[in-house]
Design a protein around this ligand. Sequence first.
Ligand code: DGL
Length: 275
Amino acid sequence: MVPSNPIGVFDSGYGGLTVLKEIVKLLPEYDYIYLGDNARAPYGPRSFDTVYHYTWQCIQWFFNNGCNLVILACNTASAKALRTIQQNDLAKNYPGKRVLGVIRPTTEVIGDFSATGHVGIFGTQGTVVSNSYPIEINKFFPALHVFQEACPLWVPLVENNEHESTGADYFIKQHVDRLISQSAAIDTILLACTHYPLLTNKIGQFLPEGITLVTQGEIVAKSLVDYLKRHPEIEILCSKTGQRTFFTTDDPGDFNAHASIFFGEPLHSSHIQLG
Ligand code: DGL
């Protein structure tokens, strides 16, 4: 049973669970539904049009299930689909509903982590090519130097539970070296993909000393707390019975088996068919 007015949390797959985990720590009283579009993951290498089409389809599913507020816990969807959804689709079709992404809250604070003013970003190909991070960071920290590296194989490694394997080492080291070689002054690296927190240990093995790795879950959770305070008209619509319900567009057995690594506790999901 889906609760009446849950907060929706969306990702192409499992990665958004790393964000939901932090959100429920700070806001346990709300109801949440999570949807992983595992059948169509990864989104990273897909075109703007495809990511937009998939994301909007999923958001409408959330709306049809009672959500008034949906968090895109996916950088790729936030980079490639959020603007069109916020500016066109919501205004036209769902004026009372809200969709928030993960890029804005992160870019508002990322400069605070760096002493040198040189920040590295690991993201999917889609996120990096969109240039969303450099553009958004420039609004809040115009003096910051931003260096990006796309890591197309990292999401498949994580989705296939290969992130701790020795086979993963080559692909992790390759991208770490490429990012670091862009500037010796990088002292902060943002993991701008919600799957990447699972790679934190491996990335750390190949990083030079003294570089801070920043993950987004806590940043996004704090930002949601703040958003709900500033928007009582949305907050009042969110039901609060502490329920968490999970859906996947692929096999729920597989989802249950993998998802606990991301969420930190066992969970039970159901399958939905889109389109
Ligand atoms: N977790 C998504 C992100 O934050 C992964 C995207 C993908 O499916 O490639 O970008």
